[in-house]
Design a binder for this molecule. Sequence first.
Ligand SMILES: [Zn+2]
Ligand SMILES: [Zn+2]
Length: 154
Amino acid sequence: MEHQTTHVTGGCLCGRIRYEAEVFLYNGYICHCTICQRSTGQPAEITVLIKAGTLHYVGEEPRYYVSSGDGKRGFCAECGARIVWQALRAEDDWLTNVTVGSLDRPAEARVTRHIYADTQLPWYHVCEELPKLTGQDADVLIEMLRQEHRPDRA
Ligand SMILES: [Zn+2]
Ligand SMILES: [Zn+2]
């Protein structure tokens, strides 16, 4: 179920940005990194990965802010809603993810793990039964997956 993709639609609060995509709806994750905290103004950001190449915008596209050496965050220029995280390197396109709250049917999503749990706020308790990866664990996992996604291995 975790590796299955589902066609979804979503968008921002004001409705200027609308998208459709194939997402890994049952394999969401909760990111406690400090960049997600600042970007959302919340304790964590919860997202689902998109199957590479399947994200399409209907109407306006997000504006982007380059938030690290790895990625940029897309948001609605009008209402400020956080929509998407996209890798700066084209070969990391498989890491593209959308915020679970931007989905039209967020209740259908399932989360499977925490990442950057070492910066989880001590009073923020959510899905505590799920595996917790530290920032370092997450970097190792991403590097492993990156090897799997190498085009020369296809
Ligand atoms: Zn908007
Ligand atoms: Zn994060």
